[in-house]
Write a protein that binds this ligand. Sequence first.
Ligand SMILES: C[S@@+](CC[C@H](N)C(=O)[O-])C[C@H]1O[C@@H](n2cnc3c(N)ncnc32)[C@H](O)[C@@H]1O
Ligand SMILES: Nc1nc2[nH]cc(C(=O)O)c2c(=O)[nH]1
Ligand code: SF4
Ligand SMILES: [Mg+2]
Length: 255
Amino acid sequence: MSQIATHTITNTKDGDHTIAISEIFGPTIQGEGALIGVPTVFVRTGGCDFRCSWCDTLYAVEPRFKADWTPMSAAQVMAEVKCLSGEQPLLVTLSGGNPALQPLTELLALGQNQGYTFAIETQGSKVQPWFAQLDHLTLSPKPPSAGMPFNGARFADCLAAAGIHTQVSLKLVISDEADYQWARQMAKAYPQLPLTLQPCNPAPATPEQPNIETDIEALNARLRWLVDKVTADRWFTARVLPQLHVLIWNNERGV
Ligand SMILES: C[S@@+](CC[C@H](N)C(=O)[O-])C[C@H]1O[C@@H](n2cnc3c(N)ncnc32)[C@H](O)[C@@H]1O
Ligand SMILES: Nc1nc2[nH]cc(C(=O)O)c2c(=O)[nH]1
Ligand code: SF4
Ligand SMILES: [Mg+2]
């Protein structure tokens, strides 16, 4: 799999318009949610307004890793993406950290002019006018086990900011019974949104333990538990999916 280290890129002095980049990697496949299996390049931004208890990308979240995040212009990000994709347009997935903290208007315009499409993964805590330009908006508000608040008004603002061509979906991480019950309420509150339930990886890699082996059997047991719950409740509008990239590559970074 090809990958370009962002530390090889010269920093820009564009001021406010630079994007804090943790890593750019791919092509790989989207391992989660509504676009699972779709070939994509990931653009991971640095910095988050949350700190979820089980976050699997703390190197793109915690301020102590700020020195590892490279400020890049939209043109520099697109140059990397084009290099990785062999100049062939594909889906670009913006994740983080929280990519909704970044100025991405120019990146979206630049990429879409060249035939690239854009999806974002965000928790719904911050809205941006450029959500209207997105092809896919995946909202992943946090369940009780994450230890982070759910702000219904902010979430509604995110939904309202989607454009007429933006496909919006909901991806909820489930760790336990309380999360499951919360997800049931979310599904009732937002019946119009396609919904994926994703079992929580309870022991993700951390900056301290980047090579920790994934307990695939434990993940499978969680998946079975979730499928049993959904089918027993005859909850036929929910889709249950694993993190496919974790099943394929364990907790590896950059895949
Ligand atoms: C790393 S986050 C980055 C984007 C954004 N901050 C968000 O949370 O949506 C991308 C996705 O990974 C999920 N995620 C993070 N840690 C996880 C874990 N330990 N198990 C399962 N999913 C996890 C998040 O809930 C989110 O749906
Ligand atoms: N293959 C792959 N799929 C993913 N879906 C969401 C990811 C993320 O970390 O945001 C991710 C990731 O890091 N890799
Ligand atoms: S919101 Fe996303 S990136 Fe931020 S801490 Fe939570 S899971 Fe990690
Ligand atoms: Mg991840």
